[in-house]
Design a protein around this ligand. Sequence first.
Ligand SMILES: NC(=O)c1ccc[n+]([C@@H]2O[C@H](COP(=O)([O-])OP(=O)(O)OC[C@H]3O[C@@H](n4cnc5c(N)ncnc54)[C@H](O)[C@@H]3O)[C@@H](O)[C@H]2O)c1
Length: 362
Amino acid sequence: MRTYSIAAIPADGIGPEVISAGIEVLRALERQNSGLKFAVETFDWGSDYYKQHGVMMPEQGLQTLKKFDAIYFGAVGAPDVPDHITLWGLRLPICQGFDQYANVRPTKILPGITPPLRHCGPGDLDWVIVRENSEGEYSGNGGRTHKGLPEEVGTEVAIFTRVGVTRIMRYAFKLAQSRPRKLLTVVTKSNAQRHGMVMWDEIAAEVALEFPDVKWDKMLVDAMTHRMTLHPQSLDTIVATNLHADILSDLAGALAGSLGVAPTANIDPERRFPSMFEPIHGSAFDITGKGVANPVASFWTAVQMLQHLGEHDAAALVMEAIENVCAKGILTPDVGGTAKTADVTRAVVAFIESKVQVAEIA
Ligand SMILES: NC(=O)c1ccc[n+]([C@@H]2O[C@H](COP(=O)([O-])OP(=O)(O)OC[C@H]3O[C@@H](n4cnc5c(N)ncnc54)[C@H](O)[C@@H]3O)[C@@H](O)[C@H]2O)c1
């Protein structure tokens, strides 16, 4: 019996809806494979917790999470709490505190989903975006002086370190090397940002020497949006800064049909701490409580979690189930269907369980 301890933090908005759907999928995997067990402990941290306690998570939160094999996270953000408090109170302290420096965001067009681009079908858009997740524009460095006065100043300082850039570049080259096309695009803005971004370009060229079999090129982030939209087939693995990749991956999700299908993994590649798996999307106030949140992103991030835990067969089975259910047209409204979150979840669970029967009969 292989047992994995999972800390579930559903948090806000549609987070609890998609994370409970994801836990149903983990339970289906347990029924499908009697050698697999997920010991899930759910934490009620988030905006409601903040309203009661004045903090998004307890002071000892990271200490509590440290003993888990993985963290399964929903979304943070509430209409009546400022976004910088929710984000900096829960999600970012986990990413930074556990040095989850590689944020990995796969995107592809799933069968059955009609993407917004006319000439782009399954296979034409199959990317992994690697986002630097520990520093850059989201390092938290900066401040405000003379608050409220006409001469008020606000600074937001992007921090790029040689250690930080080298390790994410190496991660991205390695990932590109493991994919069939062995193709990496390094995104910066080194024309206008002439210090840290120029260092990115230089470090990319240095690290590239370690990976002679990986083809790589460079793009400025503005031109990258053009290439993603007009020439999606020309891309495979992409690496960019915290901010640039954050924005580009929302575009990637939309080009694949919806943010509701886009997953992300916050990885500590050295495995000193638990890694965290979540959908890319936020708490989606507009659809919270309506039962229509697309759970595919939370299923797909569970696939990433299973891969990280070394459960490759289970990961492949969940991905096959997602693709099968989408291909059958069991889709939520954001991707053109009429199904509810529960319908998609039921269909994915049924597919996984059907594999038990086949195995037992065989
Ligand atoms: N990682 C995170 O926790 C995270 C990420 C992004 C935004 N946020 C927070 O979420 C709140 C809302 O932010 P936002 O509106 O900019 O982004 P959002 O991702 O919550 O929503 C953007 C749009 O995508 C749709 N959408 C998102 N997920 C969907 C799903 N699973 N199924 C169907 N449709 C889906 C929403 O309905 C909305 O129209 C804010 O407080 C923001 O700070 C949190």
